[in-house]
Design a protein around this ligand. Sequence first.
Ligand SMILES: [Mg+2]
Length: 307
Amino acid sequence: MARRIAHKEKVSALGEFGLIDRVRKLVGNPASAICGIGDDAAVLPLDPKKYLLLTADMLTEGVHFTNKTSGEAIGRKAIASSISDIAAMGGLPRYAVVSIGLKPSTSWAKVEAIYRGMRKIAKKFGTGIVGGDTVRHAKLVINVAMIGEVGKKHLVRRNGARPGDQIFVTGGLGRSLAGERHLRFIPRVDQAQYLVSRFKPNAMIDISDGLVADLGHILAQSRTGAVLEEASIPLNKGARLKDALYDGEDFELLFTMAKSKSWRLQNQRKGKFMFHRIGEVTKRRGIQLMTPAGRLKKAVIKGYTHF
Ligand SMILES: [Mg+2]
């Protein structure tokens, strides 16, 4: 009986994370995987010094772009989102296969623009598009599967945050969808390479679901909590604090690092990079917000959810 009720549940009731959690339990992880479902990319054996990274991202009309978004911007975003996931593991993107679902009425000019957008950003980050599939579909949908590689000593996962770690982001947050930043963002590969080669963060993720939600993913896997300092959170133009906390698709990197190393990074411009310290990892679970007056309040853990 319980089972029959469970089968009637809708994915909208489970939510994106509830759904991922159930899928993870259902498929399990192969014994050879260093890390399976539940990080920005899967981590797989490659050679004595490196791991293979594998990620997939699907974009669909009406959720990740509108029917007014230019083909070039759609293609660019499809590839850039996957590059961002590879960067969040400390890796470099290598190859992608692209599957696309098209309405039969789609013009060749639009398809050409989509692939042009993909090729441009892929080339910029040293990634090659090497295959894929095309199908008929009611709405434009694009899936990018990408492989990357990471030096074993440079791998950063979500589960390494420790109490006392300082929390950083690589740039301004909020109103990415409203301001169309989600179509123009630059995947933070260079920042990630700088970080893993000189600082070795303990945990890292790219912000796709929102600051609070994605910090929540790090904290859940690290079995820790955090205090976020409201006054330290960098805001995008026109964004309010709540936009920075809960809007999705910023594609900045969020990472934590031992306090002893963090002073070298703290709010200093490092060449062309800027790293903003926004809080601290705590033993106490949950996320607390510290107001500019120094008062602590509990953050509601919610985020941009794709269902
Ligand atoms: Mg991600």
